[in-house]
Design a protein around this ligand. Structure first.
Ligand code: ADE
Length: 272
């Protein structure tokens, strides 16, 4: 996969040389090109921002450098191909595991992380006439710029590329992994020693009984999802559970509510 990133802080993306992504680059699985947006400025101060039309606080990134940068990225890539342009922004669609999977299936991504209040809208609109554009947010908070979001997205995408993770199985059990049930958080994990500071590893994990271990892990995942992400519980389909699992859900106080069309906790207040 080829990845281009245009930014005013190329040094912010140094972590792309480290660990999983760094190794994928060294192995030639990821071909990353960083570009300094200021190389496409034309004034002595190398200006990339200006005051917003209509007034208001902050500055807006000027269209000319971004336009020239995207032209140049397009021209430098494989003949006849266009990248998918990913624009990190808190007003984008949520960057989910599903979106990561989708982007991992593409051969070329270009990232346009903004600073200040964002990029002049016309840049995004004009780019969309030439290539697919995805505006994505990594969460409901505002960063000082999109570079960290690029790191997050590239890491989530890179680990899905064939051959990047050592063990091909290792993303099968991820939280949010698509499959039997995507909306489930992974439960706790343990390693040696079996006792540490007086705390023991749950006995079931030492039992060697794979069926019971799988069942226990599933129950832990249910409990954790209920505690941390009740919004995900509300998305669980009615028929995704075995009889044993339904019992485990009922121990957690969860039962299917026909009128609500979702699993509901007995302690949850009934909405009017
Ligand atoms: N830029 C600033 N905040 C962001 C966010 N939450 N997600 C993606 N890009 C951003």
């Amino acid at each position: 996969m080829r990845i281009d990133v245009v930014t005013i802080f190329p040094e912010y993306l140094e972590p792309l040389n480290v660990s999983l992504v760094g190794k994928a680059r060294a192995r030639g699985q990821l071909d990353v090109h960083l570009h300094d947006l200021r190389q496409w400025t034309t004034d002595i101060h190398r200006t990339v921002d200006d005051t917003p039309y209509g007034g208001g606080p902050g500055m807006v990134m000027k269209p000319e450098p971004w336009g020239a940068a995207l032209d140049s990225v397009l021209a430098a890539g494989p003949e006849g191909e266009v990248p998918t342009l990913v624009v990190p922004t808190p007003s984008g669609r949520p960057f989910t595991q599903e979106l990561a999977q989708d982007l991992a299936s593409r051969s070329w991504l270009a990232f346009a992380p903004a600073r200040y209040e964002g990029i002049d809208r016309r840049v995004i609109e004009e780019a969309a006439t030439r290539m697919p554009v995805v505006e994505a947010s990594i969460g409901d908070y505002v960063l000082a710029g999109g570079e960290v979001a690029v790191l997050v997205m590239v890491e989530a995408i890179a680990r899905l590329l064939p051959g990047v993770l050592g063990n091909a199985e290792s993303h099968r059990d991820d939280s949010f992994a698509p499959g039997a049930m995507a909306d489930l958080l992974e439960g706790p994990v343990y390693t040696k020693p079996a006792e540490w500071r007086g705390r023991e590893v749950p006995e079931i994990l030492l039992s060697g009984h794979h069926g019971k271990i799988a069942q226990w892990r599933r129950e832990q995942a249910f409990a954790r999802t209920l505690a941390h992400r009740p919004d995900l519980v509300a998305r669980w389909p009615r028929d995704a559970f075995t009889k044993k699992e339904r019992e485990a859900l009922s121990v957690l106080g969860l039962a299917w509510d026909d009128s609500a069309g979702r699993f509901r906790s007995a302690v949850e207040p009934v909405e009017e």
